[in-house]
Design a protein around this ligand. Structure first.
Ligand SMILES: [Zn+2]
Ligand SMILES: [Zn+2]
Length: 274
């Protein structure tokens, strides 16, 4: 709940709580709620990931304490430019790693903030929650700042979130990939396009699937809605890249429609999966 308390969320959250308490609870409970609201108002906001208090002026990214910020932005010395996974110190990053060579991914490059572990993992999971939009946007700001050079070296025609099936969208008020894509589009001043790629069919949850199952599940799972993306360069956005199967299937659909280049932007990449 820490991240719910940032900035003016105090009013919205506690108003709802207080209304509920007023209808269903006793006077002492209402007093406790009022007291809690007063404490949260007086004390400075806390880190989005832990209870540490932070100052708005303390940092370029005042949404995290310095400990969490350091862990979120730890630089990985040498990583494969194609899939974002760490590679050995003697491997040339522009060469594809073993995984990339084996899989033959349809996307051309992965730009990511960090590996899916520790605070980054916690942040990604929380960003998926209905109340995770602020965290999702903040993570994107970290990503854009950390990867400023690589992002500024290329031009994109559109920012495209990895789409979810329309049935899943019905039950979700916030979809992390789309929130993140919207924020990247704002930061890069590039058109957000939510209408050029669609999920063609329902796919099961992938958390418990093996890499082989994931590839089978995602095969032809996407279709480009617009028939021609001839020569376009697309920045495809998702929150996490695990095996790469989802991004690969989405990139294939975009390239079948004529896209020249598909770069994937994610907050986190799973540690080496070979
Ligand atoms: Zn923290
Ligand atoms: Zn690779």
């Amino acid at each position: 709940m820490q991240y719910c308390r940032r900035r003016n969320r105090l009013l919205g959250l506690n108003h709802g709580q207080l209304m509920l308490k007023t209808q269903t609870s006793s006077f002492p409970t209402l007093l406790r709620s009022l007291g809690r609201a007063a404490v949260e108002f007086i004390y400075p906001p806390t880190c989005l990931l832990c209870p540490t208090g932070i100052s708005e002026e303390a940092d370029q990214h005042p949404d995290f304490c310095s400990g969490c910020l350091n862990k979120l932005t730890t630089v990985i010395a040498n990583a494969c430019l194609r899939c974002g996974a760490p590679v050995g110190p003697f491997t040339i990053a522009s060469d594809h790693c073993i995984l990339c060579k084996r899989e033959g991914f349809a996307f051309d490059e992965v730009i990511r903030l960090n590996l899916y572990r520790d605070e980054t993992r916690v942040a990604c999971l929380r960003a998926k929650n209905p109340s995770g939009a602020l965290l999702a946007k903040t993570l994107v700001n970290l990503l854009v700042d950390a990867q400023q050079i690589r992002l500024s070296q290329q031009t994109f025609d559109a920012i495209v979130p990895v789409p979810e099936h329309w049935l899943k969208r019905l039950v979700r008020s916030q979809y992390a990939a789309e929130t993140m894509a919207r924020q990247i589009a704002t930061r890069l001043k590039v058109r957000l396009a939510t209408d050029i790629l669609a999920k063609a069919r329902w796919t099961p949850k992938q958390a418990k699937s093996s890499p082989v199952q994931r590839r089978q599940q995602q095969q032809d799972a996407f279709r480009a809605v617009k028939s021609s993306l001839q020569g376009q360069s697309i920045l495809l956005v998702d929150d996490i890249l695990t095996t790469g199967a989802t991004a690969d299937a989405a990139a294939k659909a975009l390239k079948r429609a004529g896209a020249k280049r598909v770069v994937v932007a994610v907050v986190a990449v799973s540690p080496p999966r070979v």
